[in-house]
Design a protein around this ligand. Structure first.
Ligand code: PLP
Length: 421
């Protein structure tokens, strides 16, 4: 089946007399007739549900859909994108290990790595998203366990050379993890370019309506853990009846361990209700993404020509430094998010934002409704102008998340607000 069909159909296959629409299995637990049948589930010897922290029929169906969309062997949903990033790394790295990450990643991921995981003893090197293969190559150490990048970054809109990162990582027998939140599998499938693990915040385009937080980890099944140094996967896990994940689960070793080990211990599972809502969003992902991209392209072209605009950052503009690489990895468009610098500094940006009527000021991005955020007066308001520049955030920068309304209305809204500047 093609991607568009998978969005609608994958994951849930009702049998005779069962509901056509994926039902919400709002139950923490599941019934078995014998203790032995339940025991086999605990031993991971049989498939089935016993406790919603580990697996639930509604969540399972949505995991299967996302695995199909990314082309992976399995997926695990989490309560939020943050939990997906956390588990994707700690599933293979522990205290004393080292991870290389792009510096251009979502701010929440940066804090998770640079603060929380550092405090837990994992060492990080952060690299430029445009680092050369040679410069990347020399950063690997004997204890390097993963490389982590983001396809199109939130909010700086850097586009990374996935193939290059994958090749260098693989030369060191290390997997590449890619946060594919902004591109979604509709615009980019990182496994086709050599990535091994994909993570998402499903709270963004996948849900698409800003109704449910969620995250997901997808395993390509392509990385050979037995070739690298991954004793957590290749030697017996005493906390799980001595199972050796690579021997018992082959290509699905990584994703089974995410669930059997870390979801068991951390309990950051997706709720059945949220999985149900996410599934409805996924059913139209293939229709919404092209519209987000064409609307954003039209808005970016309009803004770039406007005399009250200082600069526009959108990979779909020929003037953008990532134009060529974005064409290679995302020929159908990147995402609906644009960043734009309004003339008149912080005040100019604030006046522009307050002049908007359709686009609302919110902390969210990547849903059906056009929205804006001015980092300098909201998420980063405690910083001085100099500190903002050091953090890579221009005081006049607005993050504009273009929705799926009529493009003429969006542009009229932007034009009206620019008159207020
Ligand atoms: C929002 C976001 C996250 C974090 O996801 P939550 O669902 O908010 O926890 C991670 N990565 C990217 C790229 C994001 O945009």
């Amino acid at each position: 089946m093609k991607l568009d069909t998978l969005c609608v159909q994958a994951g849930y296959e009702p049998k005779n007399g069962e509901p056509r629409v994926l039902p919400i299995a709002q139950s923490t637990t599941f019934v078995y007739e014998t203790a032995d049948a339940l025991g086999k589930l605990f031993d991971l010897e049989a498939d089935g549900f016993f406790y919603t922290r580990l697996a639930n029929p509604t969540v399972d169906a949505v995991e299967k859909k996302i695995a199909a969309l990314e082309g992976g062997v399995g997926a695990m949903m989490t309560s939020a994108g943050q939990a997906a990033s956390l588990i994707s790394v700690t599933n293979i790295a522990k205290a004393g290990d080292h991870v290389i990450a792009s510096a251009a990643i979502y701010g929440g991921t940066f804090n998770l790595f640079n603060k929380t995981l550092r405090d837990l003893g994992i060492d990080f090197d952060f690299v430029s998203p445009t680092i050369s293969a040679d410069d990347l190559n020399v950063l690997f150490k004997p204890n390097t366990k993963a490389v982590f990048i983001e396809t199109v970054t939130n909010p700086s809109l850097d586009v990374v050379d996935i193939e290059m990162f994958a090749k260098v990582a693989h030369a060191h027998k290390v997997p590449l993890i890619v946060d594919n939140t902004f591109a979604t599998p509709i615009n980019c499938r990182p496994f086709e370019w050599g990535a091994d693990i994909v993570v998402h915040s499903t709270s963004k385009y996948m849900d698409g309506h800003a109704v449910a937080l969620g995250g997901v980890i997808v395993d390509s099944g392509n990385f050979d853990w037995t070739q690298g140094d991954y004793p957590m996967l290749t030697t017996p896990d005493e906390s799980y009846h001595g199972v050796t994940y690579t021997e018992a689960f082959g290509k699905a070793a990584y994703i089974v361990k995410c669930r059997a080990h870390l979801m068991r211990d951390l309990g950051s599972q997706a709720s059945p209700q949220n999985a149900f809502l996410l599934n409805i969003g996924l059913e139209t992902l293939h229709l919404r993404m092209p519209r987000h991209c064409s609307n954003a392209q039209a808005a970016a072209e309009f803004l770039e020509k406007h005399p009250k605009v200082e600069w526009v950052n959108y990979p779909g503009l020929p003037s953008n430094k990532y134009y060529e690489i974005a064409k290679k990895y995302m020929p159908n468009g990147t995402c609906g998010v644009i960043s734009v610098g309004i003339k008149g500094g912080k005040e100019g940006a604030a006046r522009f934002m307050e002049g908007l009527k359709i686009a609302k000021i919110v902390t969210h991005v990547a849903d059906a409704r056009t929205c804006v955020l001015h980092p300098a007066s909201t998420t980063h308001r405690q910083l001085t102008d100099q500190q903002l520049l050091d953090a890579g955030i221009a005081p006049n920068m607005i993050r504009l998340s273009v929705g799926i309304e009529d493009p003429e209305d969006i542009i009229a809204d932007l034009a009206g607000a620019l008159e207020q500047v």
